[in-house]
Design a protein. Structure first.
Length: 119
C-alpha cells in the first residue's frame, strides 16, 4: 500500500470531521430512547418483550456508535501527530481505499483480519 498524499489526508480529515458530527447527532438522539424497561408498566407480555428487544437493539447500536466515536477521536489525534494512515499494529500504510470506506480504521486489513481471528 502506498502512503497517503497530503490531498488524500486532507480529504480523509474532512470525512472524519463529518463522521464525528454524524455520530454525535446519532448519540444525542438515541440517548432519549435508552431507559430501563419498567416492568410494572401496564402493558401486555408480548409488547413488553418487544420493548425489551427493541431496547437491547438500541443499546447495541449505541455501544457500536460510541466505539466508533472513540476510534474517530483517536484517528483525529493521530492526524495531529502526523501518524495518521499507519497501522497501529505493523506500522505499514493502511491504504487509501480502506480509509475512504472507514476513515477511523486503526489497523490495516491484514492486522484487522488477524485480530478478528484471535477473538
Ligand atoms: Zn497492520
Amino acid at each position: 500500500m502506498d502512503a497517503l498524499s497530503p490531498d488524500q489526508i486532507e480529504e480523509l480529515h474532512q470525512n472524519l470531521l463529518a463522521l464525528r458530527e454524524e455520530l454525535r447527532t446519532l448519540l444525542s438522539l438515541s440517548s432519549e430512547g435508552v431507559r430501563p424497561v419498567d416492568l410494572d408498566e401496564p402493558i401486555g407480555r408480548l409488547s413488553r418483550m418487544d420493548a425489551m428487544q427493541q431496547q437491547s437493539m438500541l443499546q447495541a447500536n449505541r455501544r457500536a456508535a460510541q466505539l466508533r466515536q472513540q476510534q474517530v477521536e483517536a484517528a483525529l489525534q493521530r492526524l495531529r501527530e502526523e501518524e495518521y494512515g499507519e497501522c497501529l499494529e505493523c506500522g505499514e500504510p493502511i491504504g487509501q481505499p480502506r480509509l475512504t470506506a472507514r476513515p477511523e480504521a486503526p489497523l490495516c486489513l491484514g492486522c484487522q483480519g488477524l485480530r478478528e481471528k484471535r477473538r
